[in-house]
Write a protein that binds this ligand. Structure first.
Ligand code: ZN
Ligand code: ZN
Length: 190
């Protein structure tokens, strides 16, 4: 038996809290069993919830005020964001001074066709510069990363190392090659 002063508090904790926990857990399990967990990503100060392509509204945008852009007051996307944060997901935050396009500072809006598959970053378009500002910002970021860490495999002993730009050149070659074979109709795999 617990000997906590304030008997009323103890009883209310003992009665209500386990009951509540039970309901939350149950609904979570039920939700889990039927649908695959939605994927939550960040776009500036918004959480983007991806319910997968079979869902009628695939992408939901949840703000920090826990409201979903779809307008449904108890939208499952809000719960998905809660679970994501509970699991230690990164919190959305507004950039300190400038929000929006890193090139011109205009407003941006998400463009899901440009989501980074491997970097898990969100695609967007600039209200003024459109997709070109997104690509410009992306290129700058890659350049910065390369300048800070140019080595893919640093040199060791008598191995000369492999620089990132070596690989870029190789990728560019392949891209040009593909373009050439498309225009001439030559298929190297035939
Ligand atoms: Zn929603
Ligand atoms: Zn812009």
């Amino acid at each position: 038996m617990k000997t906590v002063p304030g008997l009323n508090e103890t009883t209310s904790l003992g009665l209500i809290s386990p009951l509540r926990q039970g309901t939350i857990q149950e609904s979570f399990v039920r939700h889990d069993a039927h649908v695959a967990l939605p994927v939550v990503s960040l776009h500036e100060d918004q959480y983007i919830v991806d319910f997968g392509k079979d869902h009628s509204i695939r992408y939901h945008q949840v703000g920090k005020n826990k409201e979903c852009s779809c307008g449904v007051s108890d939208c499952k996307a809000v719960e998905a964001v809660r679970q994501y944060l509970l699991a230690g997901g990164r919190r959305a935050e507004s950039p300190p001074e400038r929000s929006g396009c890193p090139i011109c500072g205009s407003k941006t809006y998400p463009d899901h066709t440009w989501n980074g598959k491997y970097t898990r970053t969100f695609g967007w378009r600039c209200e003024k510069g459109g997709l070109s500002h997104f690509l410009e910002a992306k290129a700058k970021r890659i350049q910065k990363q390369q300048a800070e860490n140019p080595w893919l495999i640093p040199p060791a002993m008598d191995y000369p190392g492999l620089r990132r730009d070596d690989l870029m050149t190789w990728e560019q070659c392949e891209a040009i090659q593909n373009k050439v074979s498309l225009s001439t109709g030559y298929d190297p795999t035939a």
